[in-house]
Ligand binder design. Structure first.
Ligand SMILES: [Zn+2]
Ligand SMILES: [Zn+2]
Ligand SMILES: [Zn+2]
Length: 471
């Protein structure tokens, strides 16, 4: 019998829980376990590490495969080595497949966790993941390459019907991770990219501080001496002598014969009559300095750098919920992409624009290449007054077409309600200005009535703010 394919698994005949009856007498330890009473039954292929497969029982109609590129329906995982999974996710034929693991460390990416390797438990586990296997098999295969991690994140959320949530992870320098995306490199940026493209909705999770030197968030909050940064601080009451108005820490007043003012040398006898205690002062036991308030800062546990709170950046982490557009993309099997955009004739949607520019930005920054955007605003109200709403709409569409005509290959343009936004890779400000001027001149010459157009240029490092504005 041939191995079960995605399509077969998707059919009703496959993996029917009602027909999959596990019968075992108490104490019975059979090595070949009958999964199903009635025939024909499809085979199920489990991807498992060669080493680990030695511990697994043989089960009827279950095949173990060891080659990443081979077809499989379920992943069986022994150990939680993130590096192994990174390789698995990047290359295997079915990265969203349900996972049965033998360690809690893999939850919730593992759909089932088993504590021993007997045939009955494994068979039960295989039965319990069949719904997920079916949902996965309904989706197009996730291609290897640039889109893979993004599509995989969407697919995991969709097939498990759960949001992608951030959780504390003290063993990681980021201190937060997405356990569902276990082993996916740089999961936060993958998710941000998907959110940026309108495929996931952000839900605020946590704000953490980030070491300015090594980007770790494993920071120890501390109160330190403003002068020498020591944490060896002690709090002391302040004493205020009414008679001479002198104020100082209590230890400066203490003598063998009670409290004596260090300024006027008079004895302080009665609290409330001679003196009072208006508060406390912080004394640094390392340098002797006295301050009213210690400085608050962070020491990085990973690189030992100290930075005051005001010089430490914070980073927001979100949970992510799958949006309908994300589900649609999953069924299409491809992310909105630069190539798709270039192939299309009418520019791109605002969502694609944000996604493509969001991808181009870090590359341009890393290689210090210019990248300029401009936004052309049409005075729609003015047009409406002149030609009515329908005419105004037609004119703004016409403007969009004219902009497209004038742009070069690789330039991006998206329509806005009041104009267009353009991104010009490998283009500095001067060239972008020239181009904008040409386009405006062209529009003014061609379009009647002449629309009022204002153009604002944005250079590379200000583009994130522009993308934010376009949200
Ligand atoms: Zn650090
Ligand atoms: Zn005094
Ligand atoms: Zn000090």
């Amino acid at each position: 019998m041939s191995a079960v394919t995605d399509r077969q698994l998707n059919s009703d005949a496959a993996w029917n829980p009602e027909r999959r009856i596990i019968s075992r007498e108490p104490g019975e330890q059979d090595s070949r376990h009958d999964l199903q009473r009635s025939a024909p039954a499809p085979r199920v292929r489990c991807f498992v590490d060669v080493e680990f497969s030695r511990y697994l029982p043989r089960i009827e109609r279950v095949d173990y495969v060891h080659n990443l590129e081979d077809d499989f329906d379920v992943i069986v995982a022994g150990t939680p080595a993130a590096r192994t999974f990174a390789q698995l996710w990047s290359r295997c034929s079915n990265p969203a497949a349900p996972m049965i693991a033998f360690t809690d460390a893999l939850r919730p990416r593992a759909d089932v966790v088993l504590y021993n390797t007997n045939a009955a438990d494994l068979a039960t586990a295989l039965t319990s993941v069949q719904d997920i296997a079916r949902r996965v098999s309904c989706l197009p295969a996730i291609p290897v390459g640039l889109d893979r991690n993004g599509l995989l994140a969407l697919a995991l959320s969709y097939t498990r019907d759960c949001p992608i949530e951030a959780r504390w992870q003290p063993n990681s320098p980021t201190v937060l991770e997405y356990p569902l995306l276990f082993g996916i490199d740089n999961a936060r940026s993958v998710l941000e990219e998907m959110a940026e493209a309108g495929l996931l909705r952000r839900r605020f999770a946590e704000r953490v501080h980030v070491c300015p030197s090594c980007q770790s968030s494993r920071l120890q909050a501390r109160e330190v001496c403003v002068r020498c940064k020591s944490t060896f601080l002690s709090e002391e009451p302040l004493v205020h002598h009414y008679a001479c108005a002198w104020q100082g820490t209590q230890s400066k007043f203490e003598t063998g014969g009670g409290l004596v003012c260090p300024k006027c040398h008079k004895q302080l006898r009665h609290y409330g009559v001679d003196y009072d205690k208006p508060g406390v002062a912080i004394t640094c036991m390392a340098c002797g300095d006295t301050v009213a308030e210690p400085e608050v800062g962070f020491t990085c546990v990973d690189c030992n750098t100290y930075a005051s709170a005001e010089h430490t950046n914070s980073l927001d982490w979100c949970h992510y919920d799958l949006l309908p557009d994300g589900v649609a993309i999953l069924h299409a099997g491809q992310l909105p992409h630069a190539e798709v955009v270039e192939r299309s004739t009418g520019g791109c949607s605002l969502r694609d624009f944000r996604l493509v520019v969001g991808r181009a930005l870090p590359v341009a920054r890393r290689h210090n290449r210019p990248l300029t955007a401009w936004r052309a605003r049409i005075d729609i109200e003015d047009l409406r007054r002149q030609v009515g709403p329908r005419g105004a709409h037609q004119i703004s569409q016409f403007v969009h077409e004219l902009v497209l005509q004038r742009l070069r290959e690789g330039d991006l343009v998206a329509t806005l309600s009041d104009g267009v936004v353009v991104c010009l890779p490998e283009t500095d400000r001067a060239t972008a200005e020239q181009l904008a001027e040409q386009v405006t001149r062209h529009i003014k010459k061609t379009v009647r009535p002449q629309p009022t157009i204002s153009i604002a240029l944005t250079e590379r490092d200000r583009i994130p703010a522009l993308l934010e504005e376009l949200r």
